[in-house]
Design a protein around this ligand. Structure first.
Ligand code: TSX
Ligand code: MN
Length: 600
């Protein structure tokens, strides 16, 4: 028969009982994932004042939350990788001794759910039953987390059924870290703990996540960055697969041939916009499979198969407009949770860069706001949470348990100079070098001074659950296993500017022209030309039909200046130097080859 709370899985029942005893919630509720439960939880928290229901005429079945002003983004300096050896976390992660960390956190967890409900959320990352999927269980005292997890992952009873009595899951413990006194309530205020009590902790050696003190996004929706990237990346290395910070899309050419692309970009490069790209070139079609995370395994036929482990989009709202991403605007038309936006006087949401004017409303801090207020109305990291199935260009195979076969990897960064629009790697190892050296310029530099560029290898700097140098070695190893079936690797930069400060490339839907060249390289139709940094499109190989772009501008966009690239290598050398002996020999070879080619 079933245990207390009807939990048939033995390990799960024991874990829940232990956490209940530790955290002392008033109630325990197992989330079954039904629409009834989702709706009734929303009813409860709108009544409490935590969430606001938006006008159902304008934004059906949608809600808005204001977070605490101190709890608005991921907290990287409070994010820990707790492996036994510090070297296994590596120089780019915050390391802490796992025993010490558990001691510290157990003190905080003790009685932390007083006055609250402990929710048990069974969730699947990836289609239920896919050979690539993993099951997690999040325990949380935050209804905001429950409701967001309902959209972002596959949740509920069906997951428990798949888990069975003895199935394996990844335990994810979360508390907002604000126990209530007898009779106390939040009064509609977002509960969280002060920064020095916040911990986002990962124990990669035992597939365990402990998060405390923050209710926001990546700190609290533990299936996403914590499980699907940090813990999964460590599992993937041990088990021989890949967990990557990548969008997945399907491109179909006018003849109906399909290409699958996985692409990694640092923040502020428009990853979600690319995931939902609508090509401007006639006959080409683009469909979205995922906008943030790709899990990939080598199938028995030798192809690299990718799934999107998520079930929704947790996107940055500011800057999202009908112009930048009409598909996203349609995706968030209904059934969406918004966080830290402006709630307009007529009860819809608004944010900076939405492309429509706003007369006034309530800002993300809950104050009366008008465009004349002189401050931003929405927080720059304001978010929407929307079901992926609502995306008008979602790929019909986005839930295929076997995944889609990846043909192309794309890396990129945001650089106003130096880096050309597109470069193809000479081979897999060179592609790994391109991914490892990916970099962006900070977007809003306070001064006009050229600020240093930031390296974000594979866009994984904050998300790799182990030593980044070992991660690079894992990429080299995967290339060996894939052999001739290895995807081709490219590097793109949509953000190059002319010396007088104008964008050289129109970007957005026109990026399909660049993807088209990649496909033509795969098919051997485009020849390309060799440069010291990689293969670039030969003159006339980029489809520029219908674009107003001069020959001079195209030259600037594609220029490879040997002197500046040599200078760039100094920065790469100092970055790679951080990894000491752990730096793979094959990375050193790539660096030396690059140097030699630039000196010829
Ligand atoms: O998302 C972007 N992409 C990728 C789209 C698939 N953005 C938005 C900024 C990142 C959040 C871009 N911004 C892109 C881009 O390709 N390119 C640019 C730069 C740019 C901005 C405006 C114009 C051209 C280039 N043109 C006009 O505004 C008319
Ligand atoms: Mn991301």
């Amino acid at each position: 028969m079933s245990s207390k709370y009807g939990l048939k899985n033995k390990k799960l029942a024991a874990w829940v009982a232990g956490i209940e005893d530790l955290c002392k919630p008033d109630k325990v509720a197992v989330y079954n994932g039904s629409k009834e439960e989702y709706d009734s939880l929303f009813k409860e928290i709108t009544a409490s004042g935590l969430a606001k229901k938006l006008d159902p005429e304008k934004r059906p079945n949608s809600f808005h939350f204001c977070s605490d002003p101190s709890d608005v983004a991921r907290v990287e300096d409070r994010t820990y990788i707790a492996s036994r050896s510090k070297d296994d976390a590596g120089p780019t992660n915050n390391w802490i001794d796992p025993e010490q960390l558990k001691k510290n956190m157990l003190k905080l967890y003790k009685g932390c759910m007083k006055g609250r409900t402990l929710f048990v959320i069974p969730f699947s990352m990836g289609p239920i039953g896919s050979p690539i999927s993993k099951i997690g269980i999040e325990i949380t005292d935050s209804p905001y987390v429950v409701l967001n997890m309902h959209i972002m992952t596959r949740v509920g009873t069906k997951v428990l059924d798949t888990l069975g009595e003895d199935g394996e899951f990844i335990p994810c413990l979360h508390s907002v870290g604000k126990p209530l006194a007898d009779g106390e309530s939040d009064n509609g205020k977002w509960p969280c703990a002060p920064i020095e009590q916040k911990y986002i902790s990962h124990f990669p050696e035992e597939n365990l996540i402990w998060s405390y003190g923050s209710g926001y996004g990546g700190n609290a929706l533990l299936g996403k960055k914590c499980l699907a990237l940090r813990i999964a990346s460590a599992m993937a290395r041990r088990e021989g697969w890949m967990a990557e910070h990548m969008l997945i899309l399907r491109l179909t050419n006018p003849k109906g041939k399909k290409y699958h692309i996985a692409a990694a970009f640092p923040s502020a490069c428009g990853k979600t916009n690319l995931a939902m790209l609508q090509p401007t070139i006639p006959g080409w079609k683009c469909e979205c499979i995922g906008d943030d995370i790709a899990w990939m395994k080598i199938a028995p036929d030798g192809s690299l198969r990718a799934i999107n482990p998520e079930y929704g989009f947790f996107g940055v709202a500011p800057g999202t407009s009908v112009k930048s991403n009409p598909v996203a605007m349609e995706t968030i038309r209904a059934n969406t949770i918004f966080t830290n936006c402006v709630v307009t006087d007529d009860n819809d949401v608004w944010w900076e860069g939405m492309g429509t004017p706003c007369k006034g409303g309530t800002d993300w801090k809950g104050r009366k706001w008008t465009p004349e207020s002189g401050e931003k109305g929405a927080h720059p990291n304001a978010r929407f949470t929307a079901p992926a199935g609502q995306c008008p260009v979602i790929c019909p195979d986005w839930e295929d348990p076997q995944g889609v076969p990846i043909d192309i990897f794309v890396f990129g960064g945001r650089r106003t100079s130096v880096v050309p629009l597109v470069t193809e790697a000479f081979d897999w190892d060179h592609g790994v070098y391109l991914g490892a050296t990916a970099a962006s310029e900070p977007t809003a530099a306070a001064l006009d001074v050229k600020s240093a560029i930031r390296r974000d290898p594979f866009a994984m700097l904050p998300f790799c659950g182990y030593n980044m140098a070992d991660y690079w070695q894992h990429w080299f190893n995967m290339g060996d296993k894939l052999g001739a079936r290895a995807p081709k690797i490219f590097y793109v930069n949509w953000f190059r500017k002319s010396p007088d400060g104008k964008w050289l490339w129109p970007g957005f839907g026109d990026n399909a022209r660049v993807l088209k060249w990649m496909c033509e390289r795969l098919d051997g139709v485009a020849k390309g030309r060799k440069t010291p940094i990689g293969i670039l499109p030969e003159k006339n190989e980029l489809d520029l039909s219908g674009l107003k772009i001069s020959g001079g501008e195209l030259d600037e966009l594609m220029a490879v200046d040997t002197a500046t690239w040599k200078h760039e290598l100094d920065d790469v050398a100092s970055f790679m130097g951080k990894f000491g002996d752990r730096l793979p020999q094959r990375m050193k070879v790539q660096f030396d080859n690059m140097k030699k080619r630039l000196s010829k």
